[in-house]
Design a protein around this ligand. Structure first.
Ligand SMILES: Nc1nc2c(ncn2[C@@H]2O[C@H](COP(=O)(O)OP(=O)(O)OP(=O)(O)O)[C@@H](O)[C@H]2O)c(=O)[nH]1
Length: 583
């Protein structure tokens, strides 16, 4: 294994795409998550609260209408009772109706209830006998509805404009015509005979101020107001709507199901509206209805306020959460970045630097410990591998040298003669084949040929026989040295077999060269001294390669024949045998 790749991060990691940092990814995910949760929760709470507020506003409008209707019904009944009780007062039942006592009582009642504009007692023929402030005294009310009705029973009448009293009472500050609601009751004696009628005109302003009081008290600043409609749906109050309606303008929306309820458009503006009918507690049912209404814009103002607050709170919370996410992301990513830096230092410096001791979380502490241990183990492994590598390289070198030596030894064994160290017969044959091929290729051009000497020790059997075989071997070794020393280094000296040697002479200019080389050998051997044996001679057969030779064999055969002749001719001689010479 290549140890360099062991601690190279790039060798382990895939080529990195340009990814956003862990810190920005964490910030983005945590910030986005908190924003999404906030939006969802805020949206849900906002929607729930919006519904609740809407329902509450509707309830407030409905409660206003009902309260106003309830209050009006009660107040009308009270005023009716007031007049009814007055009609059975003993001084009216028994006494004279035009007495000062009656007048004083009427005026006290008016002082107590300033809603009454006028209180009076009329005779059965309609002549006013006594009245608060003395107004209408002596005048006839015989044609007034209240008088006609009250001759029979207790009466409450619908609102109407003042007739006889209009000129006697101060005009209203807002310029509205003076209007009244009439209360009246018959005065009967003990036998039930009609003695007269007691009547009262209550200011219409008293009625409207009751309604205004309810709307003002119950939901101040809410924009809720109330309308009073009569049985036919005509506006009785407020005056402006009443006038507009009288002028033929469509000031009221069409009631849904005969009732004003829900979201309605009054004069082009949307309102939340609710209707309540006066539950009549008086003798006569006036059939009035109260419609409370609130401009939608004001009804939904709390919703808008809440939404604005929710958005503001949401933004603040999102900012706080994003900040928290950033801090958290930093807290998480910083130790990871530190570990990455440490890992880079391990890789570049090949030593273990200080690891972060408090990485911030249990898992990161474990990761730090694991990296520490891994770095130590990797560095140790790397060193061990380097050591092994060095040892292996040395061993390989040694083994290579041994192998080369073994190969050389094998080569030597295969090509050399074990006794003399000269080329053996096999090696000689190979060299002869090379020389033969070279001559065939270049011989014609260079004009040079190779030659062969076959050298045989004379009477060697005699040496063996006389001195023993080991001495014979020693003689052969020394003879080989003499032969080797007598030729050129380019010449190949080989042991041909037994006591017979051969010399390959490459690139000879002619037969003379070969004969000269053979003579040189012969004389060298003759001159040499062989321990224990003394002198030795050799016979040499010389031959030259011929273009007519088909292979090596003719060359060897000619040299062998020449050697035979040298032996036969008396030994210690050189004989040349060429191709054209007769054998
Ligand atoms: N010591 C020793 N003797 C060898 C070796 N090879 C051959 N001989 C001996 O060489 C002798 C060759 O004898 P011969 O062939 O009869 O010829 P010679 O005695 O040399 O006589 P001529 O060749 O006719 O001069 C034999 O006695 C062989 O045993 C060898 O490797 N070592």
């Amino acid at each position: 294994m290549d140890t360099e790749t062991l601690l190279t991060p790039n060798a382990l990691a895939k080529p990195a795409r340009r990814l956003p940092s862990l810190r920005s990814q964490l910030s983005l995910v945590l910030g986005g998550l908190s924003l999404a949760i906030l939006t969802l929760v805020g949206g849900y709470l906002g929607s729930v609260a919006t519904d609740e507020i809407y329902i509450a506003q509707q309830a407030a409008v409905r409660a206003t209408a009902q309260s106003a209707a309830e209050l009006l019904a009660t107040q009308l009944r009270d005023r009716e009772r007031e007049i009814e009780l007055l009609s059975v007062a003993p001084y009216l039942v028994n006494g004279p109706l035009d007495s000062a006592l009656v007048r004083g009582t009427l005026e006290r009642r008016q002082a107590l209830h300033d809603e009454f504009a006028w209180l009076g007692v009329a005779a059965p023929d309609g002549t006013v006998l006594q009245a608060s402030g003395g107004m209408l005294m002596g005048r006839s009310v015989a044609q007034r509805d209240w008088f006609i009705a009250a001759r029979e029973h207790v009466y409450v009448g619908d609102v109407h404009e003042a007739k006889l009293l209009a000129t006697m009472l101060p005009a209203l500050p807002n310029g509205e015509p003076t209007r009244f609601i009439d209360f009246a009751a018959p005065i009967r004696d003990a036998e039930g005979r009609l003695r007269g009628v007691v009547g009262a005109h209550a200011h219409w302003r008293w009625v409207t101020s009751l309604v205004e009081g309810v709307t003002r008290r119950q939901h101040p600043g809410s924009g809720i107001d109330a309308l009073i409609l009569d049985r036919q749906g005509r506006v009785l109050y407020p005056e402006a709507l009443k006038l507009a309606q009288a002028a033929g303008k469509a000031v009221l929306p069409k009631p849904v199901g005969g009732r004003f309820e829900g979201e309605l458009v009054f004069d082009g503006k949307p309102y939340l509206a609710s209707e309540a009918t006066l539950q009549a507690r008086t003798h006569a049912d006036l059939g009035w209805r109260i419609v409370a209404r609130q401009p939608m814009e004001q009804a939904l103002r709390p919703v808008r306020d809440l939404r604005r607050e929710l958005v503001l709170l949401g933004l603040l919370a999102a900012a706080a959460l994003t900040l928290a996410a950033l801090l958290l992301a930093r807290r998480i990513s910083r130790p990871v970045e530190q570990l990455a830096r440490v890992a880079q230092r391990v890789q570049s410096e090949r030593r273990i630097p200080d690891f972060p001791e408090q990485p911030g979380a249990q898992e990161l502490a474990r990761l730090s410990e694991a990296m520490h241990a891994m770095a130590g183990s990797l560095l140790a492994t790397e060193q061990a591998l380097q050591q092994t590598n060095t040892t292996l390289e040395a061993q390989v070198q040694q083994r290579t040298a041994e192998l080369e030596a073994a190969n050389a030894a094998l080569e030597h064994l295969a090509t050399r003669d074990p006794l003399t160290g000269l080329h053996n017969r096999r090696s000689l044959d190979a060299r002869l084949a090379e020389a033969y091929a070279l001559d065939r290729r270049y011989g014609a051009v260079s004009g040079r040929v190779h030659g062969l000497l076959l050298i045989d020790a004379d009477h060697f059997k005699h040496i063996n026989d006389k001195f023993g075989h080991p001495v014979g071997d020693a003689v052969l070794r020394l003879l080989a040295e003499v032969l080797q020393a007598s030729v050129r280094v380019t010449d190949v000296v080989a042991r041909f077999g037994g006591e017979e040697f051969a010399v390959l002479l490459p690139e000879l200019a002619g037969a003379q060269d070969a004969v000269m080389a053979a003579e040189k050998i012969r004389t060298a051997v003759e001159a040499a001294f062989f321990p224990e044996v003394g002198r030795l001679t050799v016979s040499i057969g010389v031959s030259l390669a011929s273009p007519g030779d088909e292979d090596l064999r003719p060359l060897v055969a000619r040299a062998d024949a020449a050697l035979y002749e040298a032996k036969r001719g008396g030994r210690n001689a050189v004989v040349l045998k060429t191709a054209d010479a007769p054998t």
